[in-house]
Write a protein that binds this ligand. Structure first.
Ligand code: IPM
Ligand code: MN
Length: 359
């Protein structure tokens, strides 16, 4: 098949990890006879430097004309002064909103070969397989903001329609998994959470009677994620809770450098795929960032936007093979051993993709 893929490296290690993800996609295209074209666009700090805007119109056009978007990371100290009126992160938020990407899927599946990279005991991690569905285009991220010299305000707002669509998406995902949803909120305090809960209580039993569900308060969920992570199947939650809980959940997998994500809208077309990690300015440009999360994000791109499940599975298996063969970047390296370079990790993935050419 033919596909146009927009590549937005962004800032910091974004360029290094997306380069490996593109190499992975090229190798998959070669092996399966697809024709993927890649076009780069500016986003975040890199775009501010070049154009003054974190999301230039040309980048948005490129994304809307593409079948999928592969993104690296945005942000960095250069653009993060508290008083900065333009910030790299705004570019990403505007892009998610403009593309209508209301659901952010963040799978958390600790790899059996690197359980030792997690600070959590291995016996708690065996069999953990969580899919977090984070609402991505509303809530406190997008509500009215206000600032004076002596006060500041961020409004958290949700509409019924915004909750319904993400809950339905979680319901559909749960049907392909273990059919259990945990909806996470703060309904003992927040009005938006009480609305969220009422929508979940109406939609799930009526439309997904075959899916079991429970509600959990976010503070308790934060604890439960560490205490009994195996209890979770699909988690659905609002924007900021999902942001925070997935950074926490990344420790189950051992590192932020292993967690991919897919941001989807009503149609899969134009989905955005990015590692959940940030731009890591402290290690940028040194060739030591972990590219596995970006490669796994490319795998999600194959699965969801291009509807190529075999190719997605092949890329995922190649990342797994690289990990099993012991190619571990610094963030998941064994204590005392030097980490593999970004390129070496990418090479190991490519090596695991290519042998099948000789099938
Ligand atoms: C993420 C990031 C972003 C977010 C930032 C960069 C705006 O932390 O994708 O999790 O908060 O959504
Ligand atoms: Mn985050």
């Amino acid at each position: 098949m033919r596909a146009r893929i927009a590549v937005l490296p962004g800032d910091g290690i974004g360029a290094e990890v997306t380069a490996e993800a593109v190499r992975g996609l090229r190798a998959i295209a070669a092996r399966y006879g697809h024709d993927f074209t890649f076009e780069e666009g500016l986003l975040g700090g890199a775009a501010i430097d070049a154009t003054g805007q974190p999301l230039p119109a040309a980048t948005l056009d490129l994304c809307t004309q593409s079948d999928a978007v592969l993104m690296g990371a945005v942000g960095g100290p250069k653009w993060s002064h508290p008083d900065a009126s333009v910030r790299p992160e705004q570019g990403l938020l505007q892009l998610r909103k403009a593309l209508g990407l209301f659901a952010n899927l963040r799978p958390v599946v600790p790899h059996p070969a690197v359980l030792d990279a997690s600070p959590i005991k291995a016996e708690l991690l065996n069999g953990v397989d969580i899919m977090v569905v984070r609402e991505l285009t509303s809530g406190i991220y997008f509500g009215e903001k206000h600032r004076t010299a002596t006060e500041a305000m961020d409004v958290c707002r949700y509409t019924v329609g915004e909750i319904e669509r993400v809950v339905r998406l979680a319901g559909r995902l749960a049907r392909e998994r273990r059919r259990k949803i945990t909806s996470i909120d703060k309904a003992n305090v927040l009005e938006t959470s009480r609305l969220w809960r009422s929508v979940v209580d109406r939609i799930l039993p009526a439309e997904f009677p075959d899916v079991a569900f429970e509600h959990m308060l976010v503070d308790s969920a934060a604890m439960h994620l560490i205490r009994k992570p195996r209890d979770f199947d699909v988690i659905v939650t609002e924007n900021m809770f999902g942001d925070i809980l997935t950074d926490e959940a990344s420790m189950l997998a051992g590192s932020l450098g292993l967690l991919p994500s897919a941001s989807l809208g009503a149609t899969m077309r134009g989905g955005l795929y990015e590692p959940i990690h940030g731009s890591a300015p402290d290690i940028a440009g040194r060739g030591i960032a972990n590219p596995y999360a970006a490669l796994l994000s490319a795998g999600m791109l194959l699965k969801y936007s291009l509807q190529l499940p075999a190719e997605a599975a092949a890329l995922e298996a190649a990342v797994s093979a690289a990990i099993v063969s012991g190619v571990r970047p610094a963030d998941i390296a064994k204590p005392g051993s030097a980490g593999a370079s970004t390129r070496a990790a990418g090479d190991a993935v490519l090596a695991a993709i290519e042998p099948a050419n000789r099938d």
